[in-house]
Design a protein around this ligand. Sequence first.
Ligand SMILES: Cc1cc2nc3c(=O)[nH]c(=O)nc-3n(C[C@H](O)[C@H](O)[C@H](O)COP(=O)(O)OP(=O)(O)OC[C@H]3O[C@@H](n4cnc5c(N)ncnc54)[C@H](O)[C@@H]3O)c2cc1C
Ligand SMILES: NC(=O)c1ccc[n+]([C@@H]2O[C@H](COP(=O)([O-])OP(=O)(O)OC[C@H]3O[C@@H](n4cnc5c(N)ncnc54)[C@H](O)[C@@H]3O)[C@@H](O)[C@H]2O)c1
Length: 462
Amino acid sequence: MTSESRQVDVVVVGLGPGGESAATQLARAGLSVVGVDRRLVGGECPYYGCIPSKMMIRAADVLAEARRVADLAGASTVTPDWSPVHARIRDEATTDWDDQAAVDRLEDAGVTFVRGAARLTGPRTVEVDPSTGSGQGAVRYTATRGVVLNTGTDPSAPPVDGLAGTPFWTNRDAVRLADLPASLIVVGGGAIGAEMAQAFSRFGVRVTLLEVADRILAPEEPESSALVADVFAKEGIQVLAGATISSVSYAEGRFTVEVDGQSLHADKLLVAAGRRPALAGLGLDTVGLDPEARSIDTDERLRATGAEGLWAIGDITGKGAFTHMSMYQAAVAVRDILGQDGPPATYHAVPHVTFTDPEVGSVGMTEQQARDAGLSVRVGTTDLASSTRGWIARAEGLVKLVEDADRGCWSGPRPSARAGGEVLSMLVTAVHAEIPTDTLRSMIYAYPTFHRAVEDALSSLA
Ligand SMILES: Cc1cc2nc3c(=O)[nH]c(=O)nc-3n(C[C@H](O)[C@H](O)[C@H](O)COP(=O)(O)OP(=O)(O)OC[C@H]3O[C@@H](n4cnc5c(N)ncnc54)[C@H](O)[C@@H]3O)c2cc1C
Ligand SMILES: NC(=O)c1ccc[n+]([C@@H]2O[C@H](COP(=O)([O-])OP(=O)(O)OC[C@H]3O[C@@H](n4cnc5c(N)ncnc54)[C@H](O)[C@@H]3O)[C@@H](O)[C@H]2O)c1
């Protein structure tokens, strides 16, 4: 079919959380905006990522809490049932993986939505191949103000012998499950692998977690990795760190994974071993960028370095693959496109929470990163169980503070605790605003809260 040409102000390619937000804000500001997505409006987070996985985790946490009754409040009988979780994800979270409500919201804001695959064909030009079945030909858009890229990531699988030929799952399969398997091997002990391993295990699935690095949650503090690994072991999850998988095979409904000389067997295999940025075939070469790049370099306004009229936001910027990062960058890019003043993007206080139980919260640098950066480091750690709230709740956890001693400010505090993600909030404020340690010492911490453990960690700074 012949390609038609149209002129608009902005084209947003990829409607993950940031792209959806940017397109909406720009259209509401009066610009003519085309938003393109080849899959679902909203991206990974609402349909395959944050939301469904946190619904699984919430349900698994309720089971774990019910099992704690025996320790604190009498007797309980817990009979896990996955069907409410599946129903909630299908009906409440994703409307059976249908994005019509999101498309309607976008169009109500004034965005022209096109479902299809987009690629750059030169500065400020984008060609869109509408989805099969739409009956439309390719359309070439000239974006007078520019193009915003928010193409995100896809699950990737490691180059393990035999793996590609097996029916392994990724997160996109795991969140759609109607029935649970009896046994599951999870490849990858990062955020996805650890969160899902614990959630499935709490529902009675026999889980083995394989991590090639020497510890699970390897980018976190070693103390946090050890804490979570210890809890996993107590809950019956087999964790093999430093594991080298030599091959994977599938026969008669069973997976076999060869790991360091032993054969592991399970009904299902979940690969959560990292993600691939969706940059291939995007036409980056047509705007002077490296088509093989794994991320797009951006300046403090999210303009792509070396390309005119191009902004990049979200996972593809390599600044942290989190929904809050995508939304934050969208706000900065929108201000720039609209010529509005506002703070530039800064990354010294990027928070994230891994929603294992205990939750692992994190902001700024780890102790090792601070030392590698040549900072003069003081560290304070407290065991949550020895704090009043931790002792009352019988909660395991820790708070570790990393201080840049020369500046007298925190460079990287980390709570790993029940509600660690909530405790994190005050720590993010401290790192973001560079609040002096002395000021934080002079604060009053409510008794008996989990966050009061921060005060104990402060008193142990050395
Ligand atoms: C299981 C799981 C759990 C997670 N949990 C959390 C969490 O608890 N908290 C958190 O902050 N983050 C979490 N994340 C990460 C979070 O989902 C992402 O960081 C978030 O979705 C932001 O991604 P993005 O905006 O870069 O784009 P994405 O959400 O990846 O969306 C990109 C969109 O671009 C579209 N696209 C790609 N290429 C093209 C093209 N050529 N043409 C047209 N459209 C295209 C895709 O179809 C997609 O819809 C989780 C991720 C996973 C997988
Ligand atoms: N709570 C959250 O904020 C949250 C939750 C899930 C995902 N996410 C985001 O999504 C991103 C992707 O998550 P992910 O868990 O897929 O990736 P990841 O990069 O965080 O972890 C992948 C893990 O797999 C391991 N691995 C790689 N190859 C392996 C192999 N052959 N055998 C065994 N282990 C192997 C890696 O060493 C790593 O520990 C995360 O980086 C995070 O930014 C965030």
